[in-house]
Design a protein around this ligand. Structure first.
Ligand code: EPZ
Length: 424
């Protein structure tokens, strides 16, 4: 198992380029199951999760040619040979669940082992089930031999429906949108997720011949079509990676310009950094974040579905708040257990107190290097930021979590002066 070794290298300065979005590319890849035509996806980030999704699509019978040199994938779901996802792949990546909608729409059946909970929450799929059932699928959840549960969806034809999502679930919106694209009739999703990744997926499926309107708002209308053809698409930049590097600039008091990012996608992060006294400028070259000699001050954070403050940046912002003058609170409203990083940050002297979904950060701490563990993807990123400013060396274990969601993170931090290395 590899570890990261990080030393304090002072302020980060320079330019860093953001890769394609993990949370966009995974559903985009799943969407290629909707057609038997050739598909091409470019600007693909080189991530463990992308490799797992390639394996999953191949297990269904797709031809997948992944070329990480030029960050592109050619996919052709010509003949679907099975509509059952292998449990060992689903276990590695919860997002496998977004194969259910397209597989069901294309073949009339989908069997996906339930990914089950993870570090940040029990991750139910009741809204996925509610939506696909409304579209005309029979859904059963049953136990398979190794004790795991599996969800099976079958249909002899999907039809349009009006579906209200009790919470604006990203994955449920994606699954329903993909299944509805080939349903007979019109589907309306109310209280739909509005994340940029939903818009990117709708844009791609529309290029394939679908008729989706309203993606990015809370009501999405999908007029089903008989079939879809192949298309090429370029993945949007990763707004969570962008936000992570914005915070790296802020926490080290540096001056970093992040290129290949879409400022509109990180508005809440930029707004909260400005409240802390950071200068965040959108220039022709990219988004420049610096403190310009000021010492940052505290602010409060409440995570919400997009366009609210993103839960995926909450751990990284917590690390920053632990070091700024003044106390702050973070309210995590999206996931029920997304404070696993607090224990690790406290091993570095952060003195953060948690009470249910609230975290109380005293602030003004000088973090101390220590041996810590990445408990999940974004918690790992938060610990990298802590290591960059801590006194002394920080060792992070279980960094496979980080490799799932950050392409070339070591090279990127080194390019702006970070002292970080990977050790097997
Ligand atoms: C996506 O997960 C992202 N993953 C997550 O990013 C992100 O944190 C999350 O959206 C919220 O923005 C991918 O896109 C691959 P949800 P998803 O369904 O779709 C509840 C990262 O770090 N819910 O929007 O699984 C659920 O319990 C990852 O990159 C139901 O109650 O998130 C949670 O509280 C972490 N029933 C809330 O909705 C359901 O059927 C949001 O979950 C589905 C979800």
């Amino acid at each position: 198992m590899s570890k990261f070794i990080i030393d304090n290298a002072g302020s980060l300065t320079g330019f860093v380029e953001v890769s394609g979005s993990k949370n966009a590319v995974l559903p985009l890849m799943a969407a290629t199951l909707l057609t038997d035509d050739d598909c091409l996806i470019t600007e693909v980030p080189n991530l463990m999760d992308v490799e797992v999704m390639c394996g999953l699509l191949r297990s269904f019978g797709s031809n997948v040619r992944c070329d990480m040199e030029d960050h592109s994938i050619e996919l052709k779901a010509g003949d679907i040979i099975t509509n059952e996802a292998p449990a060992e792949l689903v276990k590695k990546m919860r997002a496998s669940i977004v194969a259910m909608g397209p597989l069901l729409a294309r073949t009339g059946q989908a069997r996906i082992p339930l990914p089950g909970g993870c570090a940040i929450g029990d991750r139910p799929i009741d809204l996925h089930v509610k939506g696909l059932h409304a579209l005309g699928a029979d859904i059963t959840i049953y136990r398979i031999e190794d004790g795991h549960e599996c969800v099976e969806a079958t249909t002899d034809g999907l039809h349009g429906a009006e579906i209200y999502l009790d919470t604006p679930s990203v994955g449920a919106t994606e699954n329903i949108m993909m299944a509805a694209a080939l349903a007979d009739g019109v589907t309306v999703i109310e209280n739909a997720a509005q994340e940029p990744e939903i818009v990117d997926l709708a844009n791609y499926i529309n290029k394939m011949g679908a008729r989706i309107k309203g993606a990015g708002m809370d009501i999405i209308k999908i007029e089903g079509v008989k079939s879809l053809h192949g298309a090429a698409h370029s993945v949007i930049p990763d707004r969570i990676e962008a936000g992570t590097f914005m915070l790296a600039a802020a926490i080290t008091g540096g001056d970093v310009t992040i290129t290949n990012m879409l400022p509109d996608h990180v508005k809440p992060v930029a707004a909260k950094l400005r409240e802390c006294g950071c200068i965040v400028e959108n220039t022709l070259e990219g988004t420049r974040v610096r403190l310009n000699g000021r010492s940052p001050i505290a602010t409060d954070i409440k995570t919400l579905p997009y366009p609210g403050f993103p839960t995926d940046i909450q751990p990284q912002f917590m690390t920053f708040l632990a070091t700024v003058r003044g106390s702050s609170t973070i309210l995590e409203t999206v996931f029920e257990n997304r404070f696993m990083h607090i224990e690790q940050l406290n091993k570095m002297g952060a003195k953060i107190r948690e009470d249910g979904r609230r975290a109380y950060i005293p602030g003004g701490m000088t973090l101390k290097g220590n041996e810590v563990t990445a408990t999940d993807l974004r918690a790992g990123a938060a610990l990298v930021l802590a290591g960059l400013v801590a006194e002394g060396e920080t060792t992070i274990s279980d960094v496979y979590h980080i490799d799932r969601g950050y392409d070339s993170i070591i090279e990127k931090f080194r390019a702006v002066g970070g002292k970080i290395e990977r050790r097997e």
